[in-house]
Design a protein around this ligand. Structure first.
Ligand code: ADP
Ligand code: MG
Length: 253
């Protein structure tokens, strides 16, 4: 069914050390949509994103990847087995601020590693996929390089290719350009914009307001763990309802 959302977050709450960092969050990410998550530092953006692939476990609420609940077996209400969880996680790709490439592997090997050892594809097939994805992000020329020889922007493009290679249904990006030199931000945003045009479903935590405005279908704003505003970008950036978002937009302009 094409109208099942890619991700559904249903009344999710989470505490760290008795502090509520997510409070009753509801969010629907439809297929083919780009959802940007904005908010100041510490507002819970990363925690929300990490709950979507069960890197963090919510205390309450449920998260669905398509029609399947992640982390908890819906019937027994017990934690999901590792194998089942790993299968669901494969459907959700994640790109981090810090790239997390394997330093001892070349660019090409970084992309083929999980295809061969997790997806159990034949080496030739993995290599074909790697060629396609590295080409997509403009990194095929550097396929034999090691990560240490690359700029931050190049590393991040390889990390994106590696994630795409697993054919996820949704891509999560946690501040993918925040660790980059300013002159390297554009090349990563260009790749992400291209992915959105190809119809990828993406959830993007970002401080890049122009990107959020130009590329998103929905913008959501977190404040102290609460989702306080959600709107299409035109509305969000020109007529935000909450005073907090009005104030936030003043400071980032
Ligand atoms: P953001 O990504 O919006 O900056 P985070 O989701 O990283 O916010 O963090 C939200 C709050 O949760 C912050 O107060 C942070 O210090 C706290 N926090 C995040 N991860 C942990 C953790 N593993 N243990 C304890 N506190 C955490
Ligand atoms: Mg964060």
């Amino acid at each position: 069914m094409s109208d099942v959302p890619a991700i559904t977050v249903n009344k999710v709450s989470k505490q760290f050390d008795n502090i509520e960092v997510l409070r009753d969050i509801n969010l629907t990410v439809n297929k083919g949509e780009v959802v940007s998550i904005l908010g100041s530092s510490g507002s819970g953006k990363s925690t929300l994103l990490r709950c979507m692939n069960w890197l963090e476990q919510p205390d309450r609420g449920a998260i669905y990847i398509g029609t399947e609940r992640i982390g908890i077996d819906d019937r027994s209400q017990q934690p999901m087995g590792n194998k089942q969880l790993a299968q669901l996680r494969q459907r959700v790709g994640m790109v981090f601020q810090s790239f997390n490439l394997w330093p001892h592997l070349t660019v090409r090997q970084n992309v083929t590693e999980a295809l061969i050892h997790v997806k159990k594809l034949h080496r030739d097939e993995a290599n074909q996929i790697a060629t396609r994805q590295l080409e997509k992000v403009g990194m095929l020329e550097k396929q034999h390089n090691y990560p240490i020889t690359l700029s931050g922007g190049q590393k991040q493009r390889v990390a994106i290719a590696r994630s795409l290679a697993m054919s996820p249904e949704v891509m999560l990006f946690d501040e993918p350009t925040s660790a980059l030199d300013p002159e390297r931000v554009g090349e990563v945003l260009t790749v992400m914009k291209q992915l959105s045009q190809e119809g990828y479903t993406m959830v993007v935590v970002t401080h890049e307001m122009e990107f959020a405005r130009a590329v998103s279908d929905q913008v959501v704003f977190l404040e102290k763990g609460k989702l306080i505003e959600q709107a299409p970008p035109e509305e969000f950036f020109t007529r935000p309802k909450s005073e907090r978002v009005q104030q936030f937009l003043q400071t980032v302009r």
